[in-house]
Design a protein around this ligand. Structure first.
Ligand SMILES: Nc1nc2c(ncn2[C@@H]2O[C@H](COP(=O)(O)OP(=O)(O)OP(=O)(O)O)[C@@H](O)[C@H]2O)c(=O)[nH]1
Ligand SMILES: [Mg+2]
Length: 469
């Protein structure tokens, strides 16, 4: 009884005011966030009252209930505007290009005017407006959110546990120098700067090997913090518990150890916390994007690393039922969608496998959090579809294939990219098999056309459908 009443009050509040939705697009670097946001805006802006054939599964568009969509002034004037026009211009170039990798935060606000069709308000007010706030940022910065819950020692210990052979090999230069450092000696700023640079070089080397889980992520993309002492620290991987205790109790405040700890705490409390509070503490719905195909090309370790990155992230978001009180005072996510991106890299018959792979990836990481009470869905999409699905006949047999301009040699090719595994294959599999999911260049885009996509309409339906009825 109370639940029903509460639901009605909720609905009434929602309907009484024009609604707004803050959508968090989360995903590690290169997972496809910027492409997703660009396409999201583009598909909405192309909705009209006559023909919405580009979004067959988005009910409000199909039934012509959307009267207009506009980009409007955002609320926070201090944040750069999402460069939608520039991204679109890149896609319209001849030859077209994907939007560039993101180097800072930006945001955008959309207003969707729609015809109401149900509820009390449909008698009082025929049209409503849904405002959508969405922001973009470099994926690397997201990797720092787990630091919020860890002090310097805990963080160092966590990284030490994840530090395996391959990583050790990439970090040798930095490790050798840290080993020689007397942590009790008076800190020299220049030495710290040099060691932090060596540590950053190691993070960059991990990235180049397809290893995603690097911390602090901002070290590789510091933006305005380039060269700031706040970014000149590193974890102490080699210390035992006993040594930590000893150092904490015995070193002076200007020692290497104390300065490193102070810088870590500053970074955590001032930089990471601010990023979290400004952008993640208050949103309504979330999409989690993952490129499951590229790590398959690299190694089992690259895949595990991505999984670790996602797992760490889940711990930092509040998932759970949104009650009336918590809704008014501390909103929580009520819908969550896991999206495997770049689904145009495979043939359509492989989509179920890609979704299954995404599910496996999430279920391991997701076991740490309570997804109960929130609506969760899985999807596989291409925000900016670069290939066409074709049928090839060979020796009288028909095969599905994809066609597009391959990025590695800029040749137009028709290929069968191979099967996607239903779950993460074991280490041995990689020793004898090779995945080769090629990258493709975007298709030409003419003025006035919407960006070609795959299943973006399912995402719009999930995220916005219930708010537009
Ligand atoms: N074929 C295809 N490639 C895509 C798609 N979306 C993204 N990509 C590829 O993935 C790359 C990264 O996409 P972005 O949208 O820049 O990824 P991001 O998550 O914003 O990355 P950062 O800004 O570095 O955090 C692009 O340059 C494309 O090569 C897609 O829908 N189809
Ligand atoms: Mg980006």
């Amino acid at each position: 009884m109370f639940n029903t009443l509460q639901k009605e009050i909720n609905q009434f509040i929602d309907r009484g005011l024009d609604r707004s939705l803050r959508i968090a697009v989360t995903g590690l670097s290169q997972s496809g966030k910027t492409a997703f946001i660009t396409s999201f805006i583009n598909q909405l802006l192309h909705i009209n009252r006559v023909d919405n054939a580009h979004l067959p599964l988005f009910d409000a568009a199909r039934h012509h209930r959307i009267l207009g969509v506009k980009r409007i002034a955002q609320q926070d004037l201090s944040v750069p505007r999402f460069e939608y026009e520039r991204n679109l211009a890149e896609l319209m170039q001849k030859p077209p290009h994907f939007p560039q990798s993101t180097r800072g935060v930006s945001e955008t606000r959309l207003a969707i005017r729609y015809q109401r069709q149900s509820g009390l308000m449909s008698y009082l007010k025929e049209t409503g407006t849904l405002y959508i706030d969405i922001f973009d940022y470099p994926g690397e910065w997201l990797l720092d959110l787990p630091l919020l819950g860890l002090n310097y020692q805990q963080w160092s210990l966590e990284l030490a546990q994840l530090f395996n052979q391959k990583k050790q090999h990439l970090a040798q230069n930095w490790l050798d120098k840290v080993k020689k450092l007397d942590l009790t000696a008076v800190a020299n700023e220049d030495v710290l700067a040099e060691l932090a640079q060596d540590y950053t070089d190691y993070l960059q080397a991990c990235k180049a090997q397809g290893l995603h889980f690097i911390q602090p992520g901002r070290f590789v993309l510091p933006a305005e913090l380039e060269g700031a002492p706040a970014l000149q620290f590193f974890p102490l991987l080699q210390l035992t518990n006993e040594q930590w205790k000893q150092l904490k109790n015995n070193v002076g405040s200007n020692s290497y150890f104390a300065v490193l700890e102070k810088r870590y705490e500053y970074y955590r409390n001032k930089i990471v916390k601010k990023f979290y509070q400004d952008y993640f503490a208050n949103f309504d719905r979330q999409v989690i994007l993952a490129d499951c195909l590229t790590p398959l090309n690299h190694s089992r370790q690259a895949f595990d690393d991505m999984q670790e990155g996602l797992t760490q992230l889940f711990k930092n978001f509040h998932y759970g039922k949104r009650h009336l009180l918590s809704r008014l005072f501390s909103p929580r996510i009520d819908k969550l969608m896991f999206i495997a991106t770049k689904a145009d890299h495979i043939t359509s018959d492989q989509l179920p496998n890609l979704m299954s792979l995404m599910r496996h990836l999430v279920q391991k990481g997701g076991s740490y959090v309570e997804f109960e009470g929130i609506e969760t869905e899985y999807s596989a999409i291409a925000s900016i579809r670069a290939t066409k699905q074709v049928s090839v006949t060979q020796n009288g047999q028909k095969f599905k294939a994809i066609q597009g301009i391959r990025s590695s040699d800029l040749q137009q090719v028709t290929v069968f990219p191979g099967s996607v595994p239903m779950k993460v294959p074991n280490e041995e599999f990689w020793q004898t098999n090779k995945f080769e999911f090629d990258q493709f260049e975007p298709q030409p885009l003419e003025q006035g056309e919407n960006i070609p996509h795959l299943r973006m309409d399912t995402v719009l339906q999930f995220l916005l459908g219930d708010k537009l009825d």
